[in-house]
Design a protein around this ligand. Structure first.
Ligand code: F6R
Length: 369
């Protein structure tokens, strides 16, 4: 059942083109309009939403952060993202115009379930983005948007993450469609770019040997830092989490802009730093700022490994090692830039001789608070 791969995690990384495609499947009509009937919340009610709170833990919370960037940009609705276990215990401000979106692969995470229950008691409408049919969180929510990643067996989440991001984009586009915040042509363009993502993930998977060789060469490193900005920031944190979970080494993800506010003190000779480059087309011109970050850390002796869009020649001059991902629009980049980081963690873990599918101290679903 590992489909010819040695581990479930490797298989699941290779399932990702399908996971994204299946999550998109059947959610548009012939005219290219999004149809999310399954949401079971009246359009009028969704149109009255004036705040969204995303609740999740771990990797799913990083999908939530990507959702925040996309939904705020496309829909102009404020989005907060909060770890479920923090949200529940701080007297959050919720009313019936608050839409609470939980994200959970298993649908059984106790922290998230408790947070959703609490939000319901406070009068919020609740939508679950979930990968497990009929699990507790979607059952207790007003509505559900299933991710169709298929069962995820490896403890570390991979394909569910990409499917969650895809579903969150669909939710954002649907709200933008209802509220007429984007023209239908714009929505169609974004959907077409989403539909092109699975092939682009395949393109990355075909070139995985470059990342594998890199990981093998780094098996004695004891700390790895990850930098990203905008939608690349949650990707950096996800890259770090995968490494902690699987390779048991110290890893941290930072917002690249935060570097000079402290973390740059960590950089010394030989420190490995992964950089998730923003698209050269990013509307805020973040690209040049992150190129400067690469120069800053290199000047202090860091070894830099950069995930950048194909054709991004500006980074080549600065980075020690560049891994290319195909082009897409800036907002959709996490669906591509995450993949090399997953492969890196998988390979480093197996180079160290660890059990990739069953990392120590972890369980697939955390059903205690
Ligand atoms: C990371 C990982 C965990 C889960 C988290 C939430 O690889 O697997 O961080 O993402 O425990 O789990 P779900 O999504 O099932 O609520």
């Amino acid at each position: 059942e590992k489909g010819g791969f040695e581990t479930f995690m490797e298989k699941e990384i290779h399932d990702q083109p399908q996971a994204v495609a299946d999550t998109l499947l059947g959610r548009t009509d012939a005219a290219g309009q999004l149809i999310l009937d399954e949401l079971r919340i009246e359009p009028e009610e969704l149109m009255a939403v004036n705040k969204i709170i995303v609740l999740a833990c771990g990797t799913s919370a990083y999908a939530g952060m990507v959702a925040k960037y996309a939904i705020e940009h496309w829909c102009r609705i404020p989005v907060e993202v909060e770890l479920s276990h923090e949200f529940r215990y701080r007297d959050p401000i919720i009313d019936p115009t608050t839409l609470v979106v939980s994200i959970s692969q298993s649908g059984e995470t106790m922290d998230t379930l408790m947070a959703v229950r609490y939000a319901k008691e406070q009068g919020a409408r609740t939508v679950a983005i979930c990968n497990t049919n009929g699990s507790t969180i979607p059952r207790e929510s007003d509505a559900v948007l299933y991710t169709h990643a298929g069962p995820e067996i490896a403890v570390a989440s991979t394909k569910a993450f990409l499917a969650q991001i895809t579903a969150a984009y669909l939710l954002g586009l649907y709200l933008a469609q209802l509220n007429k915040k984007l023209f239908s042509g714009q929505i169609k363009d974004i959907l077409a770019d989403l539909a092109a993502i699975p092939k682009k993930i395949e393109d990355i998977l075909e070139r995985k040997q470059q990342i594998k060789d890199l990981a093998r060469s780094m098996k004695d490193d004891t700390s790895v830092l990850f930098l990203g900005r905008n939608v690349g920031y949650p990707v950096a944190m996800e890259g770090a989490l995968k490494l902690k979970e699987l390779a048991y080494i110290h890893a941290e993800g930072f917002a690249a802009g935060e570097l000079k506010h402290g973390p740059i003190a960590l950089i010394d000779e030989g420190q490995p730093v992964f950089v998730v480059m923003p698209s050269p087309m990013d509307r805020h011109s973040l690209h040049a700022k992150v190129v400067s970050n690469i120069q800053e850390v290199r000047a202090r002796g860091a070894r830099t490994f950069v995930v950048a869009e194909r054709g991004d020649t500006a980074v080549e001059a600065y980075a020690e090692n560049v891994f290319e991902v195909p082009e897409t629009q800036p907002m959709l980049m996490p669906l591509l830039t995450t993949v090399p980081l997953q492969i890196f963690a998988l390979e480093l873990s197996s180079a160290k001789g660890y059990d990739v599918d069953q990392p120590r101290n972890l369980a697939k679903s955390v059903t205690v608070e």
